[in-house]
Ligand binder design. Structure first.
Ligand SMILES: N[C@@H](CCC(=O)N[C@@H](CS)C(=O)NCC(=O)O)C(=O)O
Length: 211
């Protein structure tokens, strides 16, 4: 099994933390996003979505998209469950992880990809080139403020993002909070629950080992 990776980028980091939490040792292949290796024919033939991470199984099956990869790994290595135990927990982890991705990670990406110089023609991840939009960058900034508020509220009543157990929903939320620093945004002072949770989960060995 091989994990195609670019550790500096936020989405591969989500899977790298997940893998470390499970204590798995998986061979890595670096796809250099800075030279646009993800768009080259060799990688594109394995992953037409042209993104990382991507997991290649022993038989050559290629699974891209973090949900695909984490569900495969959870089913194969069920010890240390990170996608929920009971049916209700599984539903809640999916729910909160998806919200963290849609309302958090994509909001930060909306700002970053529509403002960073190196992304002038690459405002959207994937095989097609799209130009940047200043309006989308501005909209992203206001979406992040709402993300902080929503997740602070959730953490006022729950120890972890999806309830009482640490899960993939925490991993994605933590990565959003760190990715936001790339656009000079940080957890607002009045989001005390989110800040306390952030301080706690940042100290986990799997998180610290994948900065
Ligand atoms: N929806 C994808 C997101 C993956 C993604 O956006 N990866 C970024 C790195 S953070 C990427 O591959 N970017 C390639 C590019 O910018 O062209 C997933 O769930 O795996």
């Amino acid at each position: 099994m091989k994990l195609y990776d670019f550790p500096k980028a936020p989405n591969p980091r989500r899977v790298n933390i997940f893998v470390a939490e499970k204590g798995l040792d998986i061979e890595r292949v670096t796809i250099d996003l800075s030279t646009r290796e993800q768009l080259k024919p060799e990688y594109r033939s394995k992953n037409p979505a042209c993104d990382v991470p991507m997991l290649e199984l022993e038989d050559g099956t290629c699974i891209s998209q973090i949900r695909g990869i984490t569900h495969y790994l959870e089913a194969t290595y069920p010890d240390t469950p990170l996608l929920g135990g009971t049916p209700a927990e599984k539903g809640l982890v999916e729910m909160w992880e998806h919200l963290a991705f849609m309302d958090g990670l994509l909001a930060v990406a909306e700002v970053f990809r529509n403002t960073a110089k190196g992304f002038v023609d690459r405002a959207v991840v994937g095989p097609y080139n799209y130009p940047q939009s200043a309006e989308l960058a501005e909209r992203g900034r206001s979406r992040i403020v709402n993300f902080y508020k929503e997740f602070d509220q959730q953490l006022a009543n729950n120890e972890y993002v999806a309830g009482q157990s640490y899960s993939m929903a925490d991993i994605t939320t933590l990565v959003v909070c760190d990715f936001a620093k790339w656009i000079k945004s940080s957890i607002p002072e009045d989001c005390k629950h989110l800040q306390a949770w952030y301080n706690k989960v940042s100290q986990r060995p799997a998180v610290a080992a994948n900065p």
